[in-house]
Design a protein around this ligand. Structure first.
Ligand code: HEC
Length: 203
């Protein structure tokens, strides 16, 4: 019984998924949630997004008070007609689990022009409109590295919106090991107690 528990723990620890697959319109996009992708995503964010979008509620070693946007929201609103939203919680706001990351990936890669207007397929679906969007394509559509860049930025924003995800994951196996140990001790104690009782009864 204890052995079965230990096997279960080893199994769950091995599952610890750093890679996560998401289905995007039949196309499989693999989100690598590891620390390298996170830090690549963060530098890409600082390169391509921070001019307009802040991460006001983000807390990191380099950013104890969050990240302010380059442009103040009023000037940005004057320039684009819509104030660029803060992105700290955007990935959670646009879907459960990895859906928010998928959305950001789609948004960055789904621009097109129609009727002389900048449009976005992902934004169209999200807002149930034609998809006219006030954000110009942050990464040029012809950048050959667009898919990788979009993926890393999506991962970064996903982890920003779910800051305790990694902690919860690394804690899991320890909690299970603790429970297993407790179970073993209680089992032994139970046997010992009853053995005493039975011995007394037999008298
Ligand atoms: C030049 C300014 C600018 C830059 C740079 C920029 N954005 Fe935006 N962004 C905007 C504006 C303006 C909006 C509001 C769009 C609207 O509602 O029409 C927006 C909206 C968004 C939204 C919300 C869309 C929704 O569903 O409501 C997301 C997500 C987003 N941007 C992500 C990014 C990411 C990621 C980057 C960097 C790769 C980036 N943006 C770079 C101006 C910018």
């Amino acid at each position: 019984m204890v052995r079965a528990l230990l096997v279960a723990i080893a199994f769950i620890a091995a599952l610890n998924p750093v890679q996560a697959l998401a289905e995007l319109r039949g196309e499989r996009v693999e989100f690598d949630l590891g620390p390298e992708a996170y830090s690549r995503g963060m530098s890409l964010y600082m390169q391509y997004c921070v001019a307009c979008h802040g991460l006001e509620y983000f807390r990191g070693p380099d950013a104890p008070d969050g990240i302010a946007p380059g442009l103040d929201p009023e000037s940005a609103q004057a320039a684009f007609g819509v104030a660029p939203p803060d992105l700290t919680l955007m990935a959670s706001a646009r879907g459960k689990g990895l859906e928010g990351a998928e959305y950001i990936y789609n948004l960055l890669t789904a621009y097109y022009i129609a009727d002389g207007e900048i449009r976005n397929r992902a934004f169209a679906e999200e807002t149930h409109t034609e998809g006219a969007i006030a954000m110009p394509p942050p990464i040029p559509m012809d950048d050959p590295e667009l898919p990788e860049k979009a993926r890393d930025i999506a991962v970064f924003l996903y982890l920003v919106s779910e800051p305790s995800l990694e902690d919860r994951r690394s804690l899991g196996p320890w909690v299970l090991a603790y429970m297993a140990l407790l179970t073993a001790v209680l089992y032994a104690l139970n046997r010992y107690t009853w053995k005493e009782q039975k011995r007394k009864l037999r008298g």
